[in-house]
Design a protein around this ligand. Structure first.
Ligand SMILES: [Zn+2]
Length: 252
């Protein structure tokens, strides 16, 4: 089967040997591409290293929303320049977005907004897709993406309403179904209602595991495909093929 994991954090799966083993298990399960996402300056460098080491690993570079208040303005400037300088080595900008659960103060939310928009503008400028985090800020995230004219968008672990997800899909954005779908009525409803042409699969490894206590890894997308197939009344191969062509359309 042709499988893809568009949002993982491979650098968080353990030491180099453990990461290599997870990549091997993914390849054995049929995963053709893993987009490893970064969150801060350190994970950006590690993600590039993993991309260099493993043929099926692609790199997404980006500053997570909370970096907006953690890094100085000069450091952010430097990191944006670094991402720009890596344009030929990266598949996307991610993980970027807004997180209002982490930012209660208006000042912090404004800083997140500025960082998010600067990364979106950079992505538009260098023609890369964005992989977007949104927590308690889903409406603002979708509005910002539409206002800035973003076309290549992955909404990762999107917990907005189905109506808002349909609006995002209508704007041409892709919405992921994560590994935790078996224990998430929210994502089961998304998988059922949203057109397969707008869906992608992700693990957010090591998060969003099939079982609450476990951890996820890219090989687990096979189970996600099977679950989407059940919900949609299709055969898994058919679902995998459409999801893979969605991936190719977006990241080609
Ligand atoms: Zn993530």
């Amino acid at each position: 089967m042709l499988l893809v994991d568009v949002h993982a954090h491979l650098d968080l799966l353990g030491n180099d040997r453990e990461i290599a083993a997870a990549v091997e298990r993914a390849a054995a399960a049929g995963v053709k591409s893993i987009i490893s996402n970064s969150v801060d300056p350190k994970s950006m460098r590690k993600t590039l290293e993993l991309h260099q080491r493993f043929g099926i690993v692609k790199a997404a570079l980006g500053l997570y929303p909370t970096e907006a208040s953690r890094l100085s303005a000069a450091a952010i400037e430097g990191e944006l320049n670094f991402i720009r300088s890596c344009r030929d080595r990266i598949a996307a900008l991610g993980e970027i977005g807004l997180d209002y659960q982490e930012a209660k103060l208006e000042k912090d939310r404004r800083q997140q907004q500025v960082l998010f928009e600067r990364q979106l503008e950079l992505a538009n400028h260098i023609g890369k897709p964005v992989i977007v985090h949104s927590r308690q800020a889903e409406k603002g995230v979708v509005e910002t993406l539409i206002r800035l004219g973003c076309k290549k968008v992955v909404m990762h672990a999107f917990h907005g309403s189905l109506k808002l997800a349909e609006k995002a899909a209508g704007a041409g954005f892709y919405i992921t179904i994560p590994t935790n779908i078996p224990r998430s009525s929210h994502f089961q409803a998304f998988a059922k209602a949203l057109p397969l042409s707008r869906l992608l699969t992700e693990t957010d490894a090591p998060y969003l595991a099939i079982h609450r206590e476990g951890s996820s890894e890219p090989a687990h997308v096979a189970a996600t495909i099977a679950r989407i197939a059940t919900v949609k009344g299709m055969v898994p191969e058919e679902v995998a093929n459409v999801v893979f062509s969605n991936y190719q359309n977006l990241f080609a």
